[in-house]
Design a protein around this ligand. Structure first.
Ligand SMILES: C[S@@+](CC[C@H](N)C(=O)[O-])C[C@H]1O[C@@H](n2cnc3c(N)ncnc32)[C@H](O)[C@@H]1O
Length: 209
């Protein structure tokens, strides 16, 4: 599978363009700070955008070719990003390491996706935020990008169940709109957008006796 992505990311044009996904751009429009992990970040378009806003960004992906292109994009933009080559099937999230986690179209086989999603709450610092974007099953009728395997697609309820307890959802919706993201995401599209904040577990804030 990694070779599939390496090949796609070797093409001359950035596969999904060099601009951030629309939900990232619309949600994060002003300068910010904190450590942000961009999961399955490919050629780095979201990571570079967030770094330009001032975030301290790490782009994680198993494709070394994707990460090379991400570093090129960062250099062109005059920002620094950290690149972490890792396979999510074996990656162990450090607890309370991140202020924010972003995952855009990081579609994984369902059992792996569930395992990754179950670790996101503990990977965030208390009060940290999470943005998840991925194609909805309705996308299969549009055929304008994304995996064709139905179990790899997202539903709001499915993601919420996998993420577990301890979240406040500011956005949890299915979006249908036109995408123009490089050669592979083009046209009317249906995707899930979740934006959530991790609630501090009560045990971290014991009331004084
Ligand atoms: C559709 S691309 C999305 C790239 C990027 N997030 C974006 O929006 O442009 C899916 C990405 O998932 C990565 N990926 C798939 N399986 C992975 C795994 N097991 N571990 C790490 N990355 C993985 C691929 O290398 C690819 O970069």
């Amino acid at each position: 599978m990694k070779e599939y992505w390496n090949q796609r990311f070797s093409e001359a044009e950035y596969a999904y363009g060099d601009a951030p996904h629309v939900s990232v751009r619309e949600q994060f429009g002003v300068p910010g700070s904190g450590r942000v992990l961009c999961l399955a970040e490919g050629q780095g378009r979201n990571a570079v955008y967030l770094a330009r806003l001032g975030y301290d960004v790490t782009a994680l992906d198993f494709s070394e070719v994707g990460l090379e292109r991400a570093q090129e994009l960062a250099s062109r933009a005059g920002v620094r990003i950290h690149c972490l080559q890792a396979d999510l099937s074996t990656y162990v999230f450090e607890p309370e390491a991140w202020d924010g986690i972003v995952s855009v179209f990081g579609h994984l086989p369902a059992p792996l996706r569930a395992r990754v999603n179950a670790q996101l709450h503990s990977a965030l610092k208390p009060g940290g935020w999470l943005q998840l974007v991925g194609y909805h099953p309705k996308q299969l009728t549009y055929a304008t990008g994304g995996p064709q395997e139905p179990s790899m697609l997202y539903t709001v309820e499915g993601l919420q169940a996998e993420l577990g307890a301890g979240w406040i959802f500011d956005v949890a919706e299915v979006v249908e709109r036109e995408l123009e993201e490089g050669p592979y995401h083009r046209g009317i599209s249906a995707f899930v957008h979740l934006l959530a904040r991790s609630q501090q577990p009560a045990t971290r804030n014991p009331l004084p006796l």
